[in-house]
Design a protein around this ligand. Structure first.
Ligand SMILES: [Zn+2]
Length: 343
């Protein structure tokens, strides 16, 4: 597997100012360095980022739990100097080596609050998820296969034993602002630095990242990805003047274009779903529309997750319309929007 490294623009340079009075060193933070590591997942390679913040080495996301990724980090990061490992969201391609880094380095691992909840209530979460899957129309035999898939180590890598919760406070000197932008998952966090933002999977060029069906452990109900996504849109629009550092694919030169791509896909797919009777379950739609044969349980789960997200939009389209109007993007998708809600 080929592992590449791309170094992001070093436009902001690093200055080290020491004067005759031996004043402490003053670090001017630079744009994080992008590291690209292959994964075995359909999404392709993942990016993690390293940065010197206040003179301390910080890693955002870790890559997947593979030998290649370990080799990559060993060769390209000064691991003995690593102080902080900050995770955007606990999907395997983004935090797969958090446990390994905890063992190999003295770094502190920071995880999103929502992922911490899922970790401490892991079994309960899975049981509730399985109930949810039955409710939306999956057969018990499917569930058996899904359960094996979820518990064979390919979805959940080993966890770090000690970690801190990001929302409870990152060290102030790092100068990071945390912006929760759930939708794809419950936990997605954006980490904002001086003029850049590490955005994980909340904005990806040319990808409609599936809003994943999950249980909200705070309400013990289904997590409302659609409502969360609408709220997150307002926050993502505030990143327009930042350099976006995404978790996959190429860089993002326009926040608006990236959001519009996603919204257009949403509307296009919702138009197809809107023609089907409400009496059809999400699983029946997956079978009919995607010709799914249910041989890959995790893929069927992803498709069903998408159908539920789209149906939530169709039940309450005005939510999205209002947010898009507020951030000045509605007119660019008005036609697609009307097509989706009028059919
Ligand atoms: Zn990802």
């Amino acid at each position: 597997m080929e592992i590449k490294e791309q170094v992001f623009a070093f436009s902001a340079s690093l200055h080290l100012c020491v004067n005759v009075f031996d004043v402490p060193e003053v670090w001017h933070d630079m744009t994080p360095v992008q590291h690209t590591i292959d994964t075995a997942y359909v999404v392709g390679p993942v990016h993690c980022y390293s940065a010197e913040l206040a003179g301390e080495l910080v890693l955002f996301d870790t890559g997947p739990p593979t030998e290649e990724a370990k080799q990559y980090l060993r060769h390209n990061l000064d691991l003995p100097r690593l102080k902080h490992v900050i995770i955007t969201h606990c999907h395997i391609d983004h935090y797969g080596l958090a446990n390994w880094l905890e063992q190999q380095t003295n770094a502190i691992v920071y995880l999103p609050f929502r992922d911490h909840l899922k970790i401490v209530r892991h079994n309960e979460r899975l049981e509730r998820m399985y109930d949810l899957l039955i409710q939306i129309g999956f057969e018990p035999a499917f569930l058996e296969r899904f359960r094996i898939n979820m518990e064979d180590g390919t979805v959940f890598p080993p966890l770090p034993e000690n970690f801190k919760i990001i929302e409870e406070g990152l060290p102030e000197e790092l100068g990071l602002t945390v912006l929760p932008c759930p939708g794809h998952s419950q936990s997605d966090l954006v980490l904002i630095g001086a003029d850049w933002a590490v955005t994980g999977d909340v904005m990806l060029r040319g990808i409609f990242q599936t809003p994943l069906l999950d249980i909200d452990l705070l309400t013990e109900q289904r997590f409302r990805n659609y409502a969360a996504y609408c709220e997150s849109l307002t926050k993502l629009a505030t990143l327009r003047d930042k350099q976006i550092l995404p978790g996959h694919r190429e860089s993002i030169d326009s926040v608006d274009n990236c959001l519009l791509f996603y919204v257009r896909k949403l509307l296009e797919r919702a138009t197809r779903i809107s023609k089907l009777p409400l009496s059809m379950s999400a699983v029946e739609i997956v079978f009919k529309l995607f010709k799914d044969d249910f041989t890959r349980p995790f893929v069927s789960y992803l498709k069903a997750s998408e159908v539920i997200f789209l149906r939530d939009f169709l039940a309450e389209p005005e939510l999205l319309q209002k947010v898009l109007s507020d951030i000045g993007l509605f007119s660019q998708v008005a036609e697609n929007f009307n097509r989706a809600v009028s059919s």
